[in-house]
Write a protein that binds this ligand. Sequence first.
Ligand SMILES: Nc1nc2c(ncn2[C@@H]2O[C@H](COP(=O)(O)OP(=O)(O)O)[C@@H](O)[C@H]2O)c(=O)[nH]1
Ligand SMILES: [Mg+2]
Length: 209
Amino acid sequence: MLKINTAEFLQGVADLRQLPKNELQEILYIGRSNVGKSSLLNKVCGRKSLARSSSTPGKTREINYYIINNAFYFVDLPGYGYAKVPEQMRAGWKRLIEDFLKRGGPIALAMQLIDSRQEPTPLDLMMMDWLDYYEIPYLLVLTKADKLPASKLTKQLDAYKVRFNNQLTEGSCRGIIPFSIMTGEGRSDLLKLIAVHLEQAHHLKKEAV
Ligand SMILES: Nc1nc2c(ncn2[C@@H]2O[C@H](COP(=O)(O)OP(=O)(O)O)[C@@H](O)[C@H]2O)c(=O)[nH]1
Ligand SMILES: [Mg+2]
């Protein structure tokens, strides 16, 4: 299992020309505002306030880079789906995210976060389509799992597995993981899967040389 020794905020990127010069493997975090992205990042890193939680949802439009163990990046993509965001800003978000995904950077794994109590939104589905299209391996992380009784969570997990069977078998979805910052559920699974995908990406890179 991956052990996180150091985790530091590196920089915000509002424009792809500002990407870090030092290219390292990336683990992406994606989801709508308020889905629990900052909370999950902090929990995974075992830190209280590494990821800055914005008081105005939808305002953080930058791609935030964190450097982990001085070896790879956690990349927090700007949250989406906040109703009050002007259309022009939304178009900017879409362009930034798609350009980012298709730049062919060393993305080892993406986490697509969805609230365990809810259905995926049209933007969640669009993101998953992009991840499949660009063949970026991803996990569906069902957040706030503590807010559902165990039986309902199991049902919801089964429903997601049925609904996204195609993505799981033919697309690039590598699993569906319930997660909670309250109980710690899902944390060790995520750390294991991050380690596996960093290792795989490392081997792929070696083969390409
Ligand atoms: N009960 C519970 N609340 C959570 C969990 N994860 C996040 N939250 C709460 O959901 C709200 C939004 O979380 P935040 O991490 O700021 O979401 P973000 O906008 O996606 O970064 C906050 O009030 C969190 O405390 C969880 O696993 N369980
Ligand atoms: Mg946040």
